[in-house]
Design a protein around this ligand. Structure first.
Ligand SMILES: NC(=O)c1ccc[n+]([C@@H]2O[C@H](COP(=O)([O-])OP(=O)(O)OC[C@H]3O[C@@H](n4cnc5c(N)ncnc54)[C@H](O)[C@@H]3O)[C@@H](O)[C@H]2O)c1
Length: 399
């Protein structure tokens, strides 16, 4: 039995500083044990807080709100590095008070992660470097946060005396560029020539990591599955397509539906990389929260499996089609500019969501036009328009 050794990767990373008045942060215990028997019963009970890493982010704060609204306590572990997410944390605190337990910390710091896991129940691991573009400019940080950070979470969970259900959010980027899929152009979108793909890509598609982001998220995805296999962790992986909805701090690098809407509402042009015919399925956050919550309820049956999750074939859009939708919602039609294709941009990706649907009894409910209209309304009511200068800077950074 050995104490957790400090990770060289955690050098220079701030220790967890916590925060909520009246709460103390336990320090990492000396002599934390290595592998433990997995005989303990699953930690799904109401009495332990749910831990959400990246809990101030878009998906994290919406899921936290879901549990808090149902009376559970939620521990939010986040380093607040994404601009704007501090507003999400303040929103949670304003709505739910002390039942929100903020932990300001970095997933690269194993001691901070272990302290966050201690005493909690289920773990939702969302904290991540989320943009392909950023991974290209700083692959090292991308790896440390996504791959090493996930290993830190897995190790903290493995060493815990409790048996924590764990849900990890991976990405469709683990399937790579999908160059082998023959595509045709139908109107304003790409469509696969093979009719067998009408349901989208299923989980039998071989993984093929492209871009540093694809590699770091893919490595984490495989580690989670392997910790389920090798150590018996009750862990499940969601390989997600585009998720959208309120409280998303969308920018040109990630969160494109929210970003397009915000640009349009700010009277700023929207830049489409490529020809705009690339197709994605998109899932509204309310449907994702249902799926995450079902995954927790059925973790015993789902553990060790990866599921593709997105809007599926009924909720797809090309970028050009999304611009048409936005034109119908916005007072002024947004200007559209085109720029060269970006590295690792899939021309067509749609999730086959039937496997999770069958395993968990889940079906998405929010149609894409209705969900986009709701997000348009939310941004209009809640976010200030972007200044032209900010928008130009964001564009410049992304290239
Ligand atoms: N939103 C999507 O469309 C989408 C699609 C596929 C996968 N995902 C995955 O879902 C998860 C959540 O995504 P999101 O859209 O909510 O992103 P987000 O950027 O809104 O949330 C991520 C949160 O993690 C925090 N964070 C980043 N680095 C951290 C670190 N080193 N330590 C601690 N906290 C850190 C950020 O401050 C942020 O609050 C991510 O793992 C992402 O890769 C999202």
């Amino acid at each position: 039995m050995s104490a957790l050794a400090p990770s060289p990767l955690s050098a220079g990373v701030p220790s967890p500083a916590f925060i909520a008045p009246g709460e103390s942060v336990p320090v990492a215990a000396e002599g934390s044990t290595a592998s433990r028997p997995r005989a303990a019963s699953l930690e799904t009970g109401e009495e332990s807080p749910v831990l959400v890493t990246g809990g101030a982010g878009f998906i994290g704060c919406n899921l936290a709100d879901h549990f808090l609204t149902r009376g559970r306590r939620v521990r939010v572990f986040d380093n607040l590095c994404r601009p704007g997410v501090e507003r999400n944390l303040a929103w949670l605190r304003a709505r739910h008070g002390d039942r929100v337990q903020p932990r300001l910390g970095d997933v690269r710091d194993p001691h901070a992660v272990e302290a966050a896991v201690r005493g909690c129940g289920p773990v939702f691991h969302f904290a991540a470097q989320v943009a392909v573009t950023t991974s290209l400019s700083d692959p090292g940080a991308d790896f440390d946060i996504n791959a090493r950070g996930t290993l830190n979470v897995l190790e903290a969970v493995r060493r815990s005396p409790r048996r924590h259900p764990l849900v990890y959010t991976s990405t469709n980027k683990v399937y790579g560029h999908l160059d082998d899929v023959a595509l045709g152009v139908i109107g304003s979108r790409y469509e696969p020539v093979d009719p067998a793909l009408r349901h989208g890509f299923d989980e039998d598609r071989p993984v093929s990591f492209h871009s540093p982001y694809g590699c770091s998220k893919g490595a984490a995805d495989q580690y989670v599955l392997d910790y389920a296999r090798t150590f018996g962790l009750p862990a499940v992986v969601f390989r997600m397509s585009c998720i959208y909805g309120p409280r998303q701090c969308g920018n040109e690098d990630q969160g494109w539906i929210a970003y397009f809407l915000r640009q349009a509402l700010s009277g700023q042009p929207v830049t489409l990389f490529g020809d705009g015919r690339q197709v994605r399925d998109a899932l509204h956050i309310d449907d994702l929260v249902d799926a995450l919550s079902l995954a927790l309820e059925r973790i015993d049956r789902l553990a060790g499996r990866a599921f593709n999750l997105g809007g599926g074939p009924a909720r797809t859009t090309s970028l050009l089609e999304l611009m048409d939708l936005i034109r119908g919602l916005n007072d002024a039609p947004p200007a559209v500019e085109f720029a060269p294709w970006r590295a690792a941009d899939q021309r067509y990706y749609v999730s086959d969501i039937r496997r999770f649907g069958a395993a968990a009894g889940w079906t998405p409910r929010v149609a894409l036009p209705a969900g986009v209209a709701r997000l348009h309304r939310w941004i209009k009511d809640n976010l200030p328009p972007l200044a032209a200068a900010t928008s130009a800077a964001a564009s410049a950074n992304a290239r």
